[in-house]
Structures are given as C-alpha cells and as structure tokens.
Design a protein around this ligand. Sequence first.
Ligand SMILES: Nc1ncnc2c1ncn2[C@@H]1O[C@H](COP(=O)(O)OP(=O)(O)OP(=O)(O)O)[C@@H](O)[C@H]1O
Length: 273
Amino acid sequence: MLTLDGLSKTYKTGDTALSDVTLSVPKGQIIGLIGPSGAGKSTLIRCINRLVEPTSGKIMLGDVNLASLGKSDLRQQRRRIGMIFQEYALVERLTVMENVLSGRLGYVPFWRSFLRRFPATDIQRAYQLLDRVGLMEHADKRADALSGGQRQRVGIARALAQGPELLLVDEPTASLDPKTSRQIMRLLTEICSERGLPAIVNIHDVPLAQQFMQRIVGLRAGRVVFDGPPDMLTREALTTIYGEEDWNAMRQGDEEQAEAEAEARGRLAVLAQ
Ligand SMILES: Nc1ncnc2c1ncn2[C@@H]1O[C@H](COP(=O)(O)OP(=O)(O)OP(=O)(O)O)[C@@H](O)[C@H]1O
C-alpha cells in the first residue's frame, strides 16, 4: 500500500507543481493519473521515488516514509519500486534476457553484475517473466531488434524482475499505436491484479485510461480535482480537470482523428475492390 500525505513540490524556479496531494493506493489497484500538460503528473511520479525531491509531505510505502530517508536507505528502498518508462529505457545492444536481468542489479554484488553472472534463480525467474509477457522466443535477441510493443514488454518484465511492491509507470503507451497500446495496458492491469501490485500510471490518453483503469485521479495545477472510478468521469468532471477550452480542443482532436481514420478506411476499401 502506498499513501501520499500532503505531498507538495515547489521547484527552485518558484513553480509549484504539487500542492498538498493526499491519496492511497491499495494492493492490486492500478490508478490512472490524468490531467493537462503541466498539471504535475510527472512530478508526482518522480517525487514518489525521489528522482524529484518533494518540498513537504509524507510518502509511505508500507510503514516506511520514503520522504525522510537518507541516501543509502533510499537506495535500498528504491528496489521496492519498479519503474516503466515511455521510451522503454532498455540497453539496446544487450539481449532481451540481459535487459530483464538488469532489473536484479540492485540485488547482486557488483562483480557478478560486471561479469553478468546472475544467480540461477534470477535466470529462471527472468524466463518465467519473459513467458508471462509473451517474449519467451525472443530471449536471445538484441533489444534493438524488437518492435515498440515488444520493447515495452521487456520494460515490464525488467521492472517485475526487481520484485517490486509498487509500479510507477510514466506514459507507457505514448510511443505506441492504438492497438499495441491497448495490449500493453491489458497486460499491465492483468499483472497488477495477479500479483496484488499497486501501480500509478501517468496516462495522456483519457479513453484508454477509462477503458483499463479501476480508478482515475485527475490533477489540475498540482491539485487532485477528481478521484473516482472511470464511469464517474463525466463531461463535467473532465471539464473540471482540463478546463472548458482544453477539453473541447481534446474532443475536437479526437473527432478529427476519427474522421481522418474513417476517410483512410474508405480509401483502402476502394483500393481493395
Ligand atoms: N525541473 C523543473 N524545474 C522547474 N519547474 C519544473 C520542472 N519540472 C516541471 N516543472 C514545472 O512543474 C509543473 C508541473 O510539471 P510536470 O512536468 O510535472 O507536469 P505534467 O502534468 O507531467 O505535464 P506533461 O503532461 O506536459 O508532461 C509545470 O509548471 C512545470 O513547468
């Protein structure tokens, strides 16, 4: 269980990115974090593992307050948090298997990691994870030979190899096409519920969040302005989160995209005749 209590962040520039954010994420729950650009979504995710230092507030992971830890304790505690990134952050020239095993680096002694000699149990576990994310037959391929969706699956397996108690996921589908995005979101939600893992997913795509998330938290100007199930995300709620102008622009953008897709489908149908 993760509990944020009065979390605030003001950058040195004077920008207040988070104001008094309080929320709990129980085991197995996956939260979609939405909000307009600059609302504080990335800052929130980064404050939790202290890639960004919070200005005040508590970050309780179980009974440990991550916000109050010194450097070496923080290094230990970060093992409990798996990160999944938009751009995958894989080591391109290493194999899929080596990338997954790199999730164990916080646990194996330096000489072993330097020689890339991991304990047999780690290797066995990495195979199980590759099987779970559907990449068993790609274990020996180099990461740079994979598609975007496959890379993100490696990113998920690597985060799980760490044995995390919490997943922080930063725009996991922003570089993927709509179908692959849905597959990745499905995989993430299934894995969280199978393992009882809590997760926070920073997600730009509102319909995707509505389709897959059990709970949605809407941030606006650093404050939580919505917290509820996807079916409570009404037009009014979306207007509160995004503001009238941005929300209408988003809808228009969606409509334009739907029209463009329909037109393209029409052209393909003519060509196929
Ligand atoms: N390193 C930084 N230094 C100063 N201000 C920052 C820094 N990073 C973010 N900010 C400011 O903090 C606020 C929140 O930014 P943040 O990147 O967390 O928002 P976001 O919701 O993730 O936006 P986006 O969806 O565009 O990624 C913004 O006003 C931004 O300008």
